[in-house]
Design a protein around this ligand. Structure first.
Ligand code: ZN
Length: 260
């Protein structure tokens, strides 16, 4: 701020005298107060710097290559937003779901998930910590994705769609990881797991639409979206192409699974 000539180059301000860098300052006024401390710190920092003949250039110090790329910035933001994660962290691999769904689930099992109960624990001031869907119970991760009666009605349809007549999940682990009681082969089991993950993802998406966009919670529409999206992601990621015949595509899906 005190530099008189804002376009000055580094070489104009720092020169090497007997292998030591010294500052050739040109201040608009004599530094005083806190600026003196800053100047001392700066002088210490540059004392071992040797100036080359190269022109000044920008360096992106957040990447080891020194070059700015959108992918390095993107991975930096992801790391800050989601934390450093690995695909093996107690969440099995499932090639049928996109990365965003995997990251979503990873945050769920890490308890890094912005349900009202967790936000409240972090000291964020909310007008309520009750569930955004039923307004009756505290909005925990388990409640929002598994136990709320607004979502269990959807899980019932999903279980029915997959011909899984076992009882509803009682906790998040059963909904996300366990495939206890599943009656298909291993590929079918992986597809069912992918469908459950996609269901959690879409349930949360619609919860957010209700909270932030005042969009009505419409179970029929949500089930339809889960079916369509599951078909799309599952078939795009497998060699076998599924077909969705009509919105209640249960017969097509089950037929395909039985042939796997
Ligand atoms: Zn609820």
């Amino acid at each position: 701020m005190l530099e008189s000539h804002k376009e000055a180059t580094v070489a104009e301000r720092i020169s090497n005298v007997n292998s030591t860098s010294v500052g050739n300052w040109n201040w608009s006024r004599t530094p005083s107060g806190r600026a003196i401390d800053e100047l001392t710190e700066l002088t210490n920092l540059i004392s071992s710097v040797s100036i080359s003949d190269c022109p000044d250039s920008w360096k992106f110090t957040l990447d080891t290559s020194g070059t700015f790329t959108t992918s390095s910035m993107s991975s930096l933001i992801n790391t800050l937003k989601y934390g450093v994660y690995t695909r093996n962290l107690s969440l099995p691999r499932n090639k049928y779901v996109p990365q965003k769904v995997f990251i979503f689930l990873w945050r769920v099992i890490q308890q890094k998930f912005p349900v009202r109960c967790e936000l409240d624990k972090k000291g964020i001031d909310l007008h309520t910590i009750l569930c955004a869907l039923c307004d009756q119970h505290i909005e925990t991760i388990e409640h929002a994705l598994v136990n709320c009666h607004k979502v269990t009605s959807i899980w019932v349809k999903l279980l029915d769609w997959w011909n899984q007549n076992n009882t509803l999940f009682s906790n998040i682990n059963e909904a996300i990881i366990s495939d206890q009681g599943f009656s298909y082969n291993s590929i079918g089991s992986t597809l069912w797991q992918a469908t459950k993950w996609i269901t959690c993802y879409i349930l949360w998406k619609h919860r957010n639409l209700k909270v932030f966009s005042s969009k009505e919670w419409n179970p029929a529409m949500i089930i339809s979206e889960i079916q369509t999206q599951s078909f799309s992601w599952l078939s795009n990621r497998s060699r076998k192409k599924y077909q969705l015949n009509g919105i209640n595509g249960s017969s097509t899906l089950l037929f395909t699974l039985q042939r796997l």
